[in-house]
Design a protein around this ligand. Structure first.
Ligand code: SF4
Length: 400
């Protein structure tokens, strides 16, 4: 089977804030130590909503890459690249579009939500309807096994899986597949070949999932097979098709939700965000002026943390004893709000210190970021070209 791999991207539509850090980046940083990861700047995706003002994209792209590096994405562990620098994403998107039923795209729940949320923009465009398909191409082109997502994105991954399945069904039928697959079985050696056939029968006739898993594990271990034969045998286990595109799995992320300064979702457009590399004074000022429980008009009024956005920051940043101190002090009016906010200010500044340090060399010499991304673009493109070679061949487009 193809190696495990994670793919994820972000749209460069403005600077990154702490909501992005706690919501997604921290997960990326964790994942890069577990599996090979490809992280990309989704600049074409930014165009789906910013087609009328693309100027923000270039600046945001480079700022965002520095933010990723500042946050702790390590280019020696992860591949960082820019979507539009791997034009094969567009080619696969186009090819997939030929066989993707329109209804699949219209049904994606976020499609209607976004149109309503961004009512000030005309999103009745072909590109916007097709963006989940472009997302599918972004993932399928790397044969990614896992995609980190929040709950709301799970239907997108389901659709990617349907698209991969449909593609394999339509185009995975190669001439003489059955004979080629049986030849490949022989190459496993007599003992393994016998076991493979038994497990295949158990799965196909009796629907035993364990047999399928056992056979897949055996193929993973079979060193003697070429990549083509291995894929044939994976496909042969389940039917009579070669697996060209891999169905990715959703990897649900347990993200801490850091709201904005006013308790709504953190967003630069709401003016309630703290930038990832905001300077200390500005962080202090923003937290100090954050709204609190409206019931605490005077210092002597008791409050309730459940009605206060500062409390939500404590839930992300403070340890248990500090949280108890907040709850007791707030409900008894034993502490003032400024006092209550200080541990949050200290924790944010402490969290950001190493980010500022890591960002500095890239700010001093932007060519360092350019070089990291150039390497990442090349590495990503090599993988994308491998998949496209198989896709073109399967679709009958590899003629000269
Ligand atoms: S004491 Fe803390 S939790 Fe209570 S209202 Fe003030 S800032 Fe909010």
């Amino acid at each position: 089977m193809y190696p495990d791999r994670v793919v994820s991207g972000m749209r460069p539509t403005g600077s990154m804030h702490l909501g992005h850090y706690h919501g997604a980046l921290k997960n990326w940083i964790k994942m890069q130590t577990e599996l090979p990861c490809l992280f990309f700047v989704a600049d074409w995706h930014a165009l789906t909503t910013h087609y009328d003002d693309p100027t923000v994209i270039e600046r945001s792209t480079w700022d965002m890459l520095i933010d990723w590096l500042a946050a702790g994405i390590d280019p020696s562990q992860s591949t960082l690249f820019i979507q539009s620098r791997v034009p094969e994403h567009a080619e696969l998107h186009l090819l997939l579009s030929m066989a993707t039923p329109l209804g699949w795209l219209e049904r994606v729940p976020t499609y209607k939500d976004q149109i309503e949320n961004l009512a000030n923009k005309d999103l009745a465009t072909y590109g916007f309807l097709g963006y989940p398909l472009l997302q599918a191409a972004d993932v399928l082109i790397y044969r990614a096994s896992q995609v980190p997502v929040g709950e709301d994105q799970v239907p997108h991954i389901e659709m990617m899986r349907e698209i991969a399945r449909r593609f394999n069904h339509l185009y995975g039928k190669e001439k003489g597949f059955e004979e080629k697959a049986q030849d490949a079985v022989k190459k496993l050696g007599s003992k393994r070949a016998k076991l493979y056939n038994e497990l295949r029968t158990e799965y196909q006739q009796d629907g035993k999932d364990e047999a399928l898993e056992q056979a897949k594990a055996m193929l993973d271990d079979a060193q003697s097979l070429s990549m083509g034969d291995r894929e044939r045998l994976f496909g042969y286990l389940e039917g009579s098709r070669k697996l060209i595109l891999v169905e990715p799995q959703s990897r649900l992320t347990e993200a801490a939700r850091l709201p904005g300064l006013d308790g709504r979702k953190m967003s630069k457009s709401y003016g309630n965000s703290i930038a990832l590399r905001e300077d200390k004074d500005s962080v202090t000022k923003k937290i100090k002026t954050m709204p609190t429980d409206p019931a605490r008009v005077r210092r002597s009024d008791a409050g309730d943390p459940a009605r206060c956005p500062v409390w939500q920051f404590h839930q992300v940043y403070s340890d248990q004893p500090t949280r108890e101190w907040v709850v007791n002090g707030c409900k008894s009016a034993g502490i003032g709000c400024i006092e209550c906010k200080q541990p949050v200010i200290d924790a944010i500044i402490k969290e950001q210190e190493p980010m500022h340090e890591r960002a500095q060399p890239y700010l001093d010499d932007p060519s360092l970021v350019r070089a990291i991304v150039a390497d990442g673009n090349d590495a990503a493109r090599r993988l994308a070209l491998e998949t496209m070679r198989d896709v073109r061949e399967a679709m009958g487009l590899a003629y000269s």
